[in-house]
Design a protein around this ligand. Sequence first.
Ligand code: SF4
Length: 405
Amino acid sequence: MTMTHERRKTRRIQVGSVPVGGGAPVSVQSMTTTKTADVEGTLAQVYALAGAGADIVRITCNEVEAAQGLAEIVPRSPVPIIADIHYQYRLALAAIEAGVHGLRLNPGNIRKEDQIKTVAREAGDRGLPIRVGVNAGSLDKDLLERYGSPVPEALVESALVEIRYLEEVDFSDIKVSVKHSNVPSMIESYRLLADSVDYPLHLGVTEAGPPPAGLIKSVAGIGTLLSEGIGDTIRFSLTADPVEEAKAGRQLLEFLGLRERKGLDLIACPSCGRAEVDVIDVATKAQQALEAANLPIQVAVMGCVVNGPGEAREADIGIAAGRGRGHLFIKGQVVRVVPEDEMVQALLEEARKLVEEGLEARLAHAEANAAEIAAAERLQLIEIQGDANRAAERRAKVAEVARSE
Ligand code: SF4
């Protein structure tokens, strides 16, 4: 199952080895928080971001020392590097000289047409793309005066003016962003932009803040647009370790079916009065153990064996709590029954084997009587706890009401 909307058709650009737009997989970006002049520290963060799912990393180029740092960082980076440029167009030229794979220019603070065109010519000569990166918080002051506030129309106009400058020097390796910290305004800005240009779009809710609110804002804005087919590369702007941004970006794409699952997808029931274990505790422990094992698998942690295996039958593997025991199931079929305190360990072991040996092999290894034990325990629990839906009782009551005079 994937997205219902067709992806919007765009031109394709190339950020180093990563294609963006034109049907390429939606890519994940993040940005380092180190001083760029600190080459080793920045590289360590670039590696951490790439490991967490970033396809492209942006690094600030805010001073000469930063540009010099980039000259050492870029050749050692595992992913393409984009230089983030504000105010000083000369630093864009320096970053190009340092070998970066792309630039981000802010039209709100590099405003001189001749300077923008000079950068575009240099980037064009080296085949480097430029992101026209409009931001509501640093919108061109003339536009801000004219519109009164950073409304979507103002953001898009800022982008279009800059795009025109680039096109006038035959530069078209462009991607565009119109970020806003207000989610509905961000969504509206990108919709307008998508109707105005056929360049690939870089999505983001700017200054989203710390998690969990920052995550929710980002998912609301980016997820809404992606579900409409809009967006070619994304960045979560969280006030957090950027590794969290990269991870969240990657997960969003995986959950929307836009990228293949690379890591764990843990589903867990919300727990209810039927739960036979502390679901939050077991799910947290399982998440830690499984994430450390880095398995590309969907795992379910369910609070009871009454509904658990059935509710999570689509999961690759899962565990449901019985009375003091855990029932391990693969694709809804119970394969082993283990003591409660071994649930997480057993889940981890079985998940590893499932990835290594495949579904058929593991189902063939199912303990002969596991399904019977589970079925018996399920009935026992229903008897003890009662049928939560009280179906029989309610049917009788409905019939009684219907027949009453
Ligand atoms: S799996 Fe069991 S404990 Fe969890 S929500 Fe469903 S009925 Fe409740």
